[in-house]
Each structure stands twice: as structure tokens, then as C-alpha cells.
Unconditional design. Structure first.
Ligand SMILES: Nc1ncnc2c1ncn2[C@@H]1O[C@H](COP(=O)(O)OP(=O)(O)OP(=O)(O)O)[C@@H](O)[C@H]1O
Length: 258
């Protein structure tokens, strides 16, 4: 069963086809990587799936239901969360507060309830704090709850972004270059986290990533974009050995991962 189906998706910016007629099926509980050279259209694809850009053509289906052209908040409510290529945390807010903000979109209580400390609101807030704590424990940041996000090392900030995305209980999580700027130890920990999350949080994951070791280790399926077109798709071993992919993106060095 496919959680996400992308059909003939196209985005034109003036005369530039940033994404051109891309098709992609993403099975439930799988990890799919989207790879390709800079400017290939990977982030534009994510921006269409999350409602940031309206596609010029094509369809996006979540669980068989069309979500094409919905606004970002409506897409989020359908169960799609993302992290960004450039980390977007509230730097001066604490680690805990960053996750609570992520959770806010699905809490029932309103401003009125919070100001007047209504019992229902208090209970909901306590439950939210407990849940946020568990998520931070899950990503290994429970020792840093009150630390301003900006003080965290780079790898920890990326984990915090993931915790914040998980706070909305998504079905589909899009990770845009989650390992960018990480050292090898941080990348290894991230690889384990992504792999475990998929089963433990009942998630389907699509990631854009340039770290080929990570991509080859955790992906069930890889799609390769070049100049907006999907030039290849398949299992890691197929992609690694695909001459067109090697020429367009991987280079001969990729064979070292074989
Ligand atoms: N808002 C926009 N307006 C005009 N052109 C855009 C816009 N967003 C992206 N593009 C162009 O679309 C093409 C694809 O960009 P995109 O950011 O999707 O590539 P990418 O594969 O994510 O690259 P990278 O690996 O560098 O992040 C590029 O030529 C880019 O300049």
C-alpha cells in the first residue's frame, strides 16, 4: 500500500522546469531517498508535497486522497511534517519549548483556556509536556530540556528539529538534508535514529541527502533527479551501479560504497 503517490508532478519557474513530470510511489513504513546534484529539483519537490509551492501540473495523493495544491497548514493536518535544509528553530527558546510549539497545532485548548488556567487546559498542557519530554528522550536530548536551542551543538539542533516534527504525530516525515554539516559520529547516530523511527513511530520517511553512505545504508528505495527529471529509481544496489546515475551525480567514487 502506497502512503504517497506523486503523478506527473511539474513545477515551472518562468521558463525553468525545476521539476518535470516526476512520478514516485512511496510505500507505507518505507524510507525513500531523493538524491541528485545541486539544483536538480529535490527541495522544490518537497515544497510541492508540503503545499509551499502549487504544482504547475500533476497530482499528489496521500493514502489515495488528493492533497495537490492544499495550503501548508492543511497539508500538515493531513499528517505530513518536514525538517528544513537550513535549521529553523526558535533559537532563544528552550529545547522543551521548541517541541511544545510543534505540538501546539494539534492541541484543542485555546488562548482563552490558557489565560484563565481552565482545568481542561491545564490537563492538556501537562500531557503535552510529558509527551514532549518523551520525544526529547527518544531523540536523546532529555538532558538539555531548558537549554536555549541556539546553544546546542549542530547535530543536536538537527535532532531537535526532528523531535519538533514528530510532535505533530505525522504519518509522513520529509527530511531535507538531515546529515548536512554533521561529523561522522553524529551522522551514525542520525542514521540509527531515522531507521528506528520508521518502525517505532509508524512513520514513512522521504529524505533528501548528499551523504551517500547514509543513503545507501537506510533507504529501501532511491529516486534520482537531474535537471528536474527523475532519471532513475530503484534499490540502493541498483542505483549505485546505474551508469546514468554515476555519470550525472555519483561519479566513479560512488563505487567505493559498493
Ligand atoms: N522560488 C523559486 N524561484 C525561481 N527558481 C527557483 C525557485 N526555487 C527553486 N528554483 C530553481 O529551481 C531549481 C531546482 O532547485 P531546488 O532547490 O529544488 O534544487 P535542489 O535539488 O533542492 O538543490 P540543492 O541540492 O542545492 O538543495 C534550481 O534551478 C533553482 O534555482
Amino acid at each position: 500500500m502506497n502512503l504517497l503517490e506523486i503523478k506527473g508532478l511539474t513545477k515551472n519557474f518562468g521558463g525553468l522546469a525545476a521539476v518535470s513530470n516526476v512520478n514516485l510511489n512511496v510505500p507505507k513504513n518505507s524510507i525513500t531517498a531523493v538524491i541528485g546534484p545541486n539544483g536538480a529539483g529535490k527541495t522544490t519537490l518537497f515544497n510541492m508535497v508540503t503545499g509551499v509551492y502549487k504544482p504547475s501540473a500533476g497530482d499528489i495523493l496521500l493514502n489515495g486522497e488528493p492533497i495537490t495544491g492544499l495550503k501548508p497548514h492543511a497539508v500538515a493536518r493531513k499528517g505530513i511534517a518536514r525538517t528544513f535544509q537550513n535549521i529553523r528553530l526558535f533559537g532563544s527558546l528552550s529545547v522543551m519549548e521548541n517541541v511544545l510549539i510543534g505540538m501546539h497545532s494539534r492541541l484543542k485548548s485555546n488562548f482563552f483556556g490558557a489565560v484563565f488556567q481552565l482545568p481542561g487546559t491545564r490537563r492538556e498542557e501537562e500531557a503535552a509536556q510529558m509527551e514532549a519530554f518523551e520525544l526529547l528522550q527518544y531523540v536523546g536530548l532529555d538532558g538539555l530540556l531548558n537549554e536555549p536551542a541556539t546553544n546546542l551543538p549542530y547535530g543536536a539542533q538537527r535532532r531537535l528539529e526532528i523531535a519538533r516534527a514528530l510532535a505533530v504525530k505525522p504519518k509522513l516525515l520529509l527530511l531535507d538534508e538531515p546529515a548536512a554539516g554533521m561529523n561522522p559520529k553524529e551522522t551514525k547516530e542520525l542514521t540509527d535514529l531515522i531507521r528506528n523511527m520508521c518502525g517505532e513511530k509508524d512513520l514513512t520517511i522521504i529524505l533528501i541527502e548528499h551523504d551517500m553512505k547514509l543513503v545507501m545504508e537506510i533507504s529501501n528505495h532511491i529516486a534520482v533527479l537531474d535537471h528536474g527529471e527523475n532519471i532513475a529509481e530503484g534499490k540502493p544496489v541498483e542505483i549505485r551501479n546505474n551508469p546514468r546515475v554515476i555519470e550525472a551525480y555519483l561519479g566513479k567514487g560512488a563505487l567505493a560504497y559498493a
